[in-house]
Design a protein around this ligand. Structure first.
Ligand code: GAL
Length: 376
């Protein structure tokens, strides 16, 4: 089964846009191994838009840009595979890709053959320049074309949440589906995109996950979607931890050949990754903040091993004490049970908490805990 858990990997778009080439991709494959990202679960290396020539060949086949990829795409795919990684590429359901390269509309079956010939393991399928037809039909068409190749290819549908994609993405065979417009390297964007999906998460489950968009953690304003100095480390922590709690696919967008120590530590955080990759894929329960700070996110998630994840996200620019009163999750104070809590960032055991659990959360930052239910 593909996408039993939220897919993890790296994608070229957020940092490199059209400035992609064979050497950068191969160096990135090396870096995925050397930094430990591959072994932490980031298995897909995906080349986004701007990889092809502007024209198809005489047989109507797509052609990789001859300057950027002088040895052709199969050569790159083989190299990526030789590193124990999976290889992803990008196409678009319209006449052109979003950056204006040849699109797959009317060429779906030929393009699927091309991609299978290259040996891809993931196809990100975008939604620009299409004639007016239901997105669902165009996405199912490419999904069928991929199936017809006989190759197992993870289908990453990217229609930015149009036409309530969460209601049909699973039905057309998508393994992940973009539910939002493009993320930018700003805290406001992280907040807006994630908050827009809190109610859609019940559709996210093994086999097909809601993709809130690729990660901006570690960009610090560099690359295609950077603004000024980007976000702070605390804000990237908020972002990454939230994507983990919400079971979004984790597609790194920064230049992993030059990551800061903080970025590396964050992206390799085993406990957060384990929450994201939890076997059962259960969406969290959201609890409203009881202090009037309505944009805070307090969530409680059942995990497959019988434990729970509790997370507090403070989007405000001042510190605040956040609280999970257990009655809000159905645990009455008289029942005689509480939670033994451990901070996943510090590893510190906080003991058994009865009736409620509260923690100080710095401005635009988060705290994440593992909890076990115990008799008091
Ligand atoms: C957008 C998509 C981005 C990126 C870009 C490429 O539509 O949401 O993630 O793929 O196109 O042009």
């Amino acid at each position: 089964m593909l996408a039993h858990k939220p897919p993890m990997g790296w994608n070229s778009w957020n940092t490199f846009t059209k400035n992609i080439d064979e050497k950068m991709i191969m160096d990135t494959a090396d870096a995925m191994v050397e930094t430990g990202l591959r072994d932490a679960g980031y298995e897909y290396l995906t080349i986004d838009d701007c990889w092809s020539e502007m024209e198809r060949d005489g047989n109507g086949m797509l052609v990789a840009d001859r300057e950027k990829f002088p040895h052709g795409m199969k050569y790159v795919a083989d190299y990526v595979h030789s590193k124990g990684l999976k290889f992803g590429m990008y196409a678009c359901s319209g006449a052109k890709t979003c950056a204006g390269y040849p699109g797959s509309f009317g060429h779906e079956f030929k393009d699927a053959e091309y991609f299978a010939g290259v040996g891809i393991d993931l196809l990100k399928y975008d939604n620009c320049y299409h004639p007016s037809s239901p997105d669902m039909l165009r996405y199912n068409r490419m999904s069928l074309a991929l199936k017809a190749t006989g190759r197992e290819i993870l289908f990453s549908a990217c229609n930015w949440g149009r036409e309530s994609v969460w209601t049909w993405a699973r039905s057309v065979g998508a393994h992940m589906y973009r539910s939002t417009g493009d993320i930018t390297d700003k805290f406001e964007s992280i907040r807006r995109l994630s908050e827009s999906q809190l109610e859609n998460l019940p559709m996210s489950a093994p086999g097909c996950y809601n993709d809130i968009d690729m990660l901006v953690a570690g960009l610090y304003g560099k690359g295609n979607i950077g603004f000024g100095s980007g976000c702070t480390d605390a804000q990237y922590r908020y972002h990454f931890a939230l994507w983990c709690m919400l079971m979004s696919p984790l597609m790194i967008g920064c230049d992993i050949r030059n990551m800061s120590e903080e970025t590396k530590k964050l992206l390799l955080n085993k406990e957060l990754i384990a929450i994201n990759q939890d076997e059962e894929g259960r969406p969290p329960i959201f609890v409203s903040a009881n202090n009037g700070l309505k944009d805070s996110i307090i969530c409680f998630r059942h995990l497959a091993d019988g434990e729970f994840a509790i997370a507090f996200f403070n989007p405000y620019d001042r510190d605040q004490t956040m609280m999970l009163p257990y009655v809000e999750i159905g645990l009455d104070p008289l029942c005689g049970y509480g939670f033994r809590v451990r901070d996943i960032f510090t590893g510190e055991s906080l003991g058994v908490k009865r009736d409620y659990f509260e923690a100080k959360v710095p401005a635009t930052d988060c705290r994440v805990f593992r909890a076990k239910i115990v008799k008091i």
